[in-house]
Design a protein. Structure first.
Length: 257
């Protein structure tokens, strides 16, 4: 099977609940034999993530607040002990304060701006740096999740759009850095889905309706659509693809007025 991931290992950052895109990615990778480590951001998410993990094959479940370097270190120390190597990193972490997503962008506070970038963009670099030693001698893959608000103005997305733009630039620079090592770095630009993070975007239902009416496929995407794209990018089927943002949005990104 071309997408078989048997004997490979991965870590998925940012699992929150059954609707999270990171969870769909985890399910897709697990379905093809990859052994996984899942991380959750806060103690209140632990029970939910552990319950979900019962659907997977012998995963590690670890806490990780990506704003705390020691917690990132602890994750990779445990992966070293348990897996001894690493093939894949899925970065599904993003956060901005709810109050920073409403109103005019120019009202964004410095604190809110820096927090959104630390969690949503810089954490990819922090995680990749720690993953690389475990990928040595292997053809590693790193995949992150982004949104079209990085390149177009989306009402009530504000500072998160700026952070996602930084994330996508990070993908390109990381891809250039790690390409000579045999590793690949890509992003999935997912269309809107009803996730925990999406609940903070005002007018989200209107966005879903607009996509369903105006995208080429005339429908909203599913979390499974994103999971399958992640599986493709983490498998040998995408061996020549790196530094790319792949759109999984029912084709909406091609549309004009």
């Amino acid at each position: 099977m071309p997408t078989s991931l048997i004997d490979r290992t991965g870590v998925v950052f940012g699992v929150a609940n059954k609707r999270s895109l990171a969870w769909s990615c985890a399910k897709a990778l697990d379905s093809q034999g990859m052994r996984l480590c899942l991380t959750y951001a806060t103690p209140r998410l632990e029970e939910s993530v552990r319950k979900l993990a019962e659907e997977l094959t012998n995963p590690l479940i670890l806490p990780c607040d990506v704003t705390v370097p020691e917690e990132i270190d602890a994750v990779f120390e445990k992966i070293t002990d348990e897996f001894n190597h690493l093939d894949t990193v899925v970065h599904g972490v993003a956060f901005a304060k709810r109050e920073e997503l409403a109103g005019d962008f120019y009202h964004t506070s410095k604190e809110g701006y820096m927090l959104a970038h630390e969690v949503s963009a810089y954490s990819l670099t922090a995680v990749a740096r720690r993953a690389l030693p475990l990928m040595e001698g292997r053809q590693g893959t790193i995949v992150t999740l982004t949104y079209i608000g990085s390149e177009r103005v989306v009402r009530n997305y504000n500072v998160m759009g700026i952070a996602k733009a930084a994330l996508e630039a990070s993908v390109r620079y990381l891809a250039n850095d790690v390409g000579p090592m045999g590793h690949r770095v890509n992003a999935i630009s997912a269309g809107p889905v009803r996730t925990l993070s999406a609940s903070g975007v005002g007018g989200f239902t209107k966005i879903l309706d607009h996509i369903a009416k105006n995208s080429p496929l005339r429908r909203n995407i599913t979390t499974e659509d994103v999971g399958k794209a992640c599986l493709f990018l983490c498998s040998d089927m995408s061996s020549g693809i790196t530094g790319t943002t792949m759109y999984v949005d029912s084709g909406y990104h091609i549309m004009g007025v």
